[in-house]
Ligand binder design. Structure first.
Ligand code: SAM
Length: 239
């Protein structure tokens, strides 16, 4: 990759907010999923969480395929998802138009935070509401009851971004170097990365110019077929 591209990816990674995330509960229309993940990338979210009931899985999951810059954690159910987020010390906010909901601008997003968004028609589930720490709402004074989910996500996430910017949270790097290296290889060398995955070869280090800093053995393995690599490993194990 060129030094310019390397620097561009480094700059992006330096601003990733590892303790801010969203959880999409059965949000399944591909254009909504894509739009939300695009907003996540734009404001520096590194990882998003998803939960799809079986009937929504295919559509939502398909839209995730093209997302190269934002990691995706899919969970089997909302209980697991919220449990995982809470175990990471996150406050879990659920976007829900209820009596108890607070205005989304009155929340402190500088705390480790996960924001939950619900299905396009039915919203979030009762389980999600029961487990979340706080309902938040985007005030509505018009004739329609709710916003499109991707619009709602953009509003909430840009408020989080605004608060974090003021707090200086974009001025310190949160992502560890190991993850940066993975992202640099995946983003800078997508063809080689696919090959590594297929052949089950570990990613090489990337140097400060954006070049692959691998040893001879790594390059040799990249030339070999998956079967030849397996045979090589078996030979080495037998020695
Ligand atoms: N009838 C559904 C309900 O009562 O939740 C509406 C679903 S809405 C179209 C889809 C999702 O968009 C919601 O689950 C929520 O995540 C988000 N959303 C839309 N409008 C919102 C608002 N005004 N405040 C908070 N979240 C909103």
């Amino acid at each position: 990759m060129s030094p310019e591209r390397y620097q561009r990816i480094r700059d992006v990674l330096a601003k990733r907010q590892t303790d801010l995330t969203v959880c999409l509960e059965n949000v399944h229309k591909p254009h909504n999923v894509s739009a939300i993940v695009r907003t996540c990338d734009a404001i520096g979210i590194h990882r998003v969480h998803t939960v799809w009931e079986e009937k929504y899985k295919l559509r939502g999951g398909t839209a995730m395929g093209s997302q190269q810059w934002v990691r995706v954690n899919n969970h089997d159910n909302i209980t697991d998802a919220i449990g995982a987020l809470k175990s990471q010390g996150m406050q879990v906010l659920v976007t829900h138009l209820s009596e108890d909901a607070v205005d989304f601008r009155d929340v402190d997003y500088t705390r480790p935070t996960a924001v939950l968004f619900g299905q396009e028609k039915y919203g979030v589930t009762d389980e999600a509401i029961a487990m979340a720490d706080q309902d938040i709402v985007i005030p509505m004074v018009g004739m329609v009851q709710s916003l499109n989910v991707s619009v709602a996500a953009a509003l909430v996430l840009y408020e989080a971004q605004r608060q974090r910017q003021i707090a200086g949270m974009y001025d310190i790097q949160h992502l560890d170097e190991e993850e940066c290296q993975r992202m640099l290889f995946e983003g800078g060398y997508p063809r080689l990365q696919k090959m590594c995955k297929r052949k089950e070869i570990p990613y090489p280090p990337i140097d400060e110019n954006g070049h692959i800093a691998a040893d001879e053995r790594w390059w040799q393995q990249m030339q070999m077929s998956p079967a030849a690599i397996k045979a090589l490993h078996a030979d080495e194990a037998a020695e």
